[in-house]
Design a protein around this ligand. Sequence first.
Ligand code: URA
Length: 331
Amino acid sequence: MPFGPASANVILSGESAAFASSRSCGTADSKSKDLSVANYDSAEKGCWSAEARHVEDPVWVSRSRARTRCLHHYAKYIVSLFLRLLKFSLCHSLLSSGLFLHRLHQLPDSLPPDSALRFPMAKRTAAQPALALFPPNASIEELQKEAAHCKACDLWKNATQTVFGEGASAKPKVIFVGEQPGDQEDIEGKPFVGPAGKLLDSALVEAGIDRKKVYVTNAVKHFKWEPRGKRRIHKKPNAIEIAACRPWLDAEIAAIRPNVIVCLGATAAQSLLGRDFRVTLHRGEFLKSDLAPHVMATVHPSSILRAPDDATRHEEMKRFIADLKKVAHHV
Ligand code: URA
């Protein structure tokens, strides 16, 4: 029996029928209609479920046609979902390649060839011509000249200058690697000349090591800081900055070929020995590494300066000197 608005198209099929309302459902696309199936109540003939009765301007169709339409709409919905996903992943890859290009422009003009292989950005084609320009057996002086223009990360923007390593003019046998230059090092352009440097100097003397016979450098060559009033407060370099600077450290190691590398603190140790390395667990131990015949990590001198009281500072200084004594006979 026909049911519904006079203008609606009604087709009954047995005891049930279906309707398609003209409401927009706003799911897959704004034009799709909300398709529902309403049951014709056989007990109360001519009475349709409340849902059917409250739909404005229904278009009545047979149940099988409604099912076909439902399937059609689901298919459209799935296709549109798939297209959205495709659009999203396209945008994402375009965006990340844009960021990548942006970072390539920040690469130093030239990078040391061996170590650059560990520098993921350096493997990309745009960096290759610059790599070819770099002298393969660069001396410390040549490296220092190149590193003065380094823009491999953003730290150069707020630093006065690149603070490269320095040391014995004759081939040093031991390299000490700190974290990054501090305020005073940034101004003077030399590593370990501030308060931490003074502490390192006196520990070296106590351990019987002549600083003039060793090479001292940092894992990161630019001072990272944040302002506090008129002061520039040291800020720890992050993993990207450490990785960006690693080629210079590798190049220094390649140029010097030291017998011993001493990592001062977690940043240097994690740069050279991996992010899982813990100074607290392995301080003072000689570790297996292909960087040098002997590699050791100990605390950073500034951690001793930060000791909470004199007694702790004294104790920490003793332990630091004991670690340094282990390398004294290699110098
Ligand atoms: N701290 C470092 O790690 N390096 C310096 O050169 C000075 C302070």
